[in-house]
Design a binder for this molecule. Structure first.
Ligand SMILES: [Fe+2]
Length: 131
C-alpha cells in the first residue's frame, strides 16, 4: 500500500538525483569555459543547464508547497538568484566577456553547491521528519 511516507521517500530520491545532474551540468559548463571551448558548445551547455535548473526548481517548489514548507520563500529566493546568475552568464557569453564569464560560472557553482548542502538539506530533513 502506498503511503505519504512512500511518497516523501520517492520525492526525496528524485530530488537527490536531480541535484547530482544539476551539479554535473554546471561543472561541465565551468570546465568548458575554463578551456575556452567553442562558443556554440558553451551556449549549448548553458541552454541545457538553464532548462534543467528551471524544471528542477519548479518541481522542488511544488513539493515544498504541497508540504507547506516553512522556509519556502527564502528557498525560492535562492532559486531566483541562481536563474539570475544563469542570465548574467548568458549575457557575458553573448558579449564575449570571457574573464567575467569564468568568474560568474565559478560563482554559480559555489552558490548552488552551498544551496544544496544547506537549504536543500534543510528541506530533505523537513521531508524526512514529516514521515
Ligand atoms: Fe533548492
Amino acid at each position: 500500500m502506498s503511503t505519504i511516507s512512500d511518497f516523501n521517500t520517492a520525492a526525496q530520491a528524485g530530488i537527490d538525483r536531480e541535484h547530482e545532474v544539476q551539479l554535473s551540468l554546471l561543472r561541465t559548463l565551468c570546465q568548458a569555459v575554463r578551456e575556452q571551448r567553442d562558443a556554440g558548445e558553451v551556449a549549448h551547455l548553458l541552454e541545457q543547464l538553464s532548462a534543467y535548473c528551471e524544471a528542477h526548481f519548479v518541481s522542488e517548489e511544488l513539493i515544498m508547497r504541497q508540504h507547506s514548507f516553512d522556509e519556502y520563500e527564502d528557498h525560492a529566493d535562492d532559486h531566483c538568484h541562481m536563474m539570475d546568475l544563469l542570465r548574467v552568464i548568458a549575457i557575458d557569453h553573448a558579449t564575449g566577456n570571457s574573464s567575467e564569464l569564468k568568474n560568474i560560472t565559478d560563482e554559480a557553482l559555489a552558490f548552488i553547491d552551498n544551496h544544496i548542502s544547506t537549504r536543500d538539506k534543510r528541506f530533505a530533513d523537513f521531508l524526512h521528519s514529516a514521515q
